[in-house]
Design a protein around this ligand. Structure first.
Ligand code: SF4
Length: 463
């Protein structure tokens, strides 16, 4: 009998892409996507380890699934991804009803792990610095937007970050394989691809750097927009800025993690750039890339962060006026340099105060950035109907702002012109004017495949 799998994805966009890869591996091995929990024989949580809170949420979800497992003889429950790698054997110590734990470099063996774990618990978390999953075909889970992983792992070892420990060393997917994935997505109706890597712009494969790869992807016929995440500030080259500026298809929404506005804290984080270097980069990008919209990541309450350091971060948020920001409290991660050598000395209350204040400041900046679009016309790729109202549709502008509008007469995949008539701090409201480029491929395919993967989050892949 065919077994059905439900994948629940937590964490960043890299995990979303990995869930598509896992789904492809399982389909090739004869498994099907489950339409719901009730329909599933196997539930696999693809997990995140970047913050303690994310891991607690996953353990909460695992304990919720105990009753599902009890009601279904032969059902299997598994944990994949970064938390599986980080916690290894302790996942099963804490959640003994878990049947298998599989790390990010072991997915090729997933069918075998599923088979073996029918009789006894299995843990497979071997990191493999050569594993790029080349030659495999992920299942596409979104209509017009596709993910293409071009790089895995990270060599930067920022002192707060667990990624190099759970994803291994940096390695790049060859350009031919990247283009194969992009062309496959285009053939299925995808018009926006997001190139993914932990430090995506440090990409280098046999002399092809990220700027060159971006040009090659832009040359693929049928692609309308290319995004990438997350770049590492120090690896932003002049050539890359030139390609972003010159190539119409490359989105002008750029994510540029800052992490702290204090040089002292950036040094403790080993971020390899100062605030002034970051400032010069922002200024160069804004001068040369017309209409660019920047977003960032910030951590507050890093070990040793004083009020003065924190005020420097507030100053940067006010100075750089990001369109959007992912703001977090510092969360100590076992095994990192910061956990081993630095004292987590900012109290939870103080971290909370700093974060709350920073969010309020950023919300106001975002609101103004979104409101500034009112009265403009934007090119929007139609992605589907809104969750709450099927008569309204949504899509994204070139600078990656979610836009909602009355949807009659428009099809998923159409590139349309929209007049912006309203805004919140996270969404634009528009009136459609006309179709600029109609959808080239009728999009019906994805809906039947999406059910096996439910997406918990899609934060930027770390950078
Ligand atoms: S924060 Fe980004 S660059 Fe730094 S170690 Fe983590 S993944 Fe690498």
């Amino acid at each position: 009998m065919v077994r059905r799998v439900l994948i629940e994805t937590f964490g960043c966009q890299m995990n979303v892409a990995d869930s598509e890869l896992i789904q492809g591996i399982l389909q090739d091995s004869g498994y099907q996507a489950a339409a719901s929990l009730e329909d599933a024989d196997v539930v696999l949580l693809n997990t995140c380890a970047v913050r303690e809170r994310a891991e607690e949420r996953i353990f909460g979800r695992l304990s919720n699934l105990v009753s599902w497992k009890r009601q279904r003889p032969g059902a299997q429950l598994g944990v994949a991804g970064c938390m599986a790698e980080r916690m290894r054997h302790s996942v099963m110590e804490r959640a003994p009803y878990v049947d298998f734990v599989i790390g990010p470099d072991s997915y090729r063996r997933l069918a075998e792990v599923l088979e073996r774990s029918q009789t006894r618990p299995v843990t497979d978390v071997q990191l493999d610095r050569h594993e790029m999953y080349e030659g495999l075909t992920p299942v596409q889970t979104q209509n017009v937007c596709g993910w293409v992983t071009i790089q895995r792992g990270c060599d930067k070892f920022c002192t707060f970050c667990v990624v190099p420990f759970v994803r291994g060393r940096e390695r790049a997917v060859g350009p031919a394989e990247v283009l194969r994935h992009v062309e496959r997505l285009v053939a299925r109706g995808v018009t926006t691809v997001t190139l993914l890597g932990q430090t995506v712009n440090s990409y280098l494969h046999e002399g092809v750097d990220f700027a060159e790869l971006l040009k090659r992807v832009a040359a693929v016929e049928g692609i309308q927009r290319i995004r990438f995440t997350s770049p590492y500030p120090r690896d932003f080259t002049e050539e890359l800025i030139d390609v972003i500026a010159a190539e119409e298809k490359v989105s002008k929404a750029l994510h540029l993690p800052l992490q702290s506005g204090s040089d002292r804290v950036l040094g403790l984080m080993r971020r390899q750039h100062t605030v002034q270097e970051y400032r010069e980069l922002v200024s160069k990008i804004r001068c040369r890339v017309e209409g660019c919209a920047l977003s960032t990541d910030i951590i507050v309450g890093f070990p040793g962060e004083t009020e003065e350091d924190y005020r420097a971060t507030v100053g940067c948020i006010q100075e750089f006026r990001f369109d959007a920001a992912f703001l977090f409290n510092y969360s100590e991660r076992e095994g990192t340099y910061a956990a081993r050598k630095l004292v987590d000395d900012v109290s939870p209350q103080e971290k909370g105060r700093r974060l709350t204040e920073l969010i309020a400041i950023q919300e106001e900046i975002s609101r103004l950035a979104y409101e500034a679009r009112i009265g403009t016309t934007q090119a929007v790729i139609v992605e589907g109907s809104t969750r709450r109202d099927e008569t309204r549709m949504m899509g994204n502008t070139d600078d990656f702002k979610t836009t909602m509008f009355p949807g009659q007469g428009y099809r998923v995949g159409d590139l349309i012109e929209v007049k912006i008539v309203g805004a919140t701090s996270h969404t634009l409201l528009g009136e459609p004017i006309r179709v600029l480029v109609p959808s080239a491929v009728p999009i019906t395919l994805v809906d039947s495949l999406t059910e096996g993967i439910s997406l918990g989050a899609s934060a930027p892949a770390h950078g």
